[in-house]
Design a protein. Structure first.
Length: 278
């Protein structure tokens, strides 16, 4: 197994996977909810969800979708919850130590962003075609890893937009190197408004779909091999029978928000959501 020098490997991302048993329900408290197709209720930021139990577990976790909370079912903190709880705040509990609540709630979204960057940077380092950029990717990944060890004040002062730009430039370069091996002129639909679009069976091999709005789009049977899907909004997108093998920067939360079936082909780092038909 190849190691990339900051405690994360391409094949073992355990640290970057949510472990709710080691968290204090931060994802159920910190974000705001707006009553919508994703959430059944309004909830202010910093206000505990009424479904949060005394043991910091969700009281309707096994029924989130049927109770109107598909947004919760698709949420992923990339392991930031347990890191903030166990490392940044040394296991403290915002209920038992309310004096730390504000700092803990402020630290959580910053840590989530750092862990998400670590996930993407680790994936980029596993791309052989991106080898010319590996040195730069290792450097910034080491920086991001170091930032996860900051105290609450350090996290609050972090220039997150600047860090995202630095990482984004390298991730974009890695994507270009990979995709241009597949097609000389891959489709560029970055930031495209494709809400509800009919793209069934479309040839989107190596397409740039970064931050594309694909909400409710029909991508059934589409060829998305080696497509860059970083930040693409695929809520309600039909991926039935689509081929996403080798797609870049696709995360589990995107699939959990989409629709698919047993015929949907996925990269090895993600899996078919339980709510998809077998």
């Amino acid at each position: 197994m190849a190691s990339y020098g900051a405690g994360v490997t391409a094949d073992d991302r355990t640290r970057l996977r949510a472990d709710c048993a080691r968290c204090v329900g931060l994802c159920c408290v910190v974000p705001a909810f707006a009553a919508s197709a994703d959430f059944a209720i309004d909830k202010a930021a910093g206000e505990p969800c009424p479904n949060l139990r005394a043991d910091f577990r969700c009281g309707i976790h096994d029924r989130l979708r049927e109770r109107g909370f598909p947004g919760c079912a698709a949420y992923d903190c990339f392991g930031a919850g347990q890191h903030v709880t166990q490392v940044t705040f040394s296991g403290r509990d915002w209920r038992q130590a309310p004096g730390v609540a504000a700092q803990m709630f402020a630290a959580f979204p910053v840590m989530r962003a750092l862990h998400e960057l670590l996930w993407y940077l680790t994936e980029a380092l596993a791309l052989a075609a991106a080898e010319p950029l590996h040195a730069g990717l290792r450097r910034i990944r080491a920086d991001v890893d170091e930032y996860t060890r900051l105290d609450p004040a350090g996290l609050a002062a972090l220039d997150l937009p600047g860090l995202r730009r630095r990482a984004g430039d390298l991730l974009g370069g890695a994507s270009e190197l990979v995709r241009h091996q597949v097609r000389e002129r891959p489709p560029d639909r970055r930031d495209a408004d494709l809400v509800g679009a009919n793209l069934a069976g479309a040839d989107l091999r190596a397409a740039n779909l970064r931050s594309a709005q694909l909400i409710g789009a029909d991508l059934s049977g589409a060829d998305l091999r080696t497509a860059d899907l970083l930040g693409a909004d695929v809520r309600g997108t039909d991926l039935s029978g689509a081929d996403l093998s080798g797609s870049l920067f696709l995360v589990q939360a995107q699939l959990d928000a989409a629709r698919g079936d047993a015929g949907t082909t996925l990269p090895t780092a993600v899996h078919h959501p339980a709510h998809w038909p077998a």
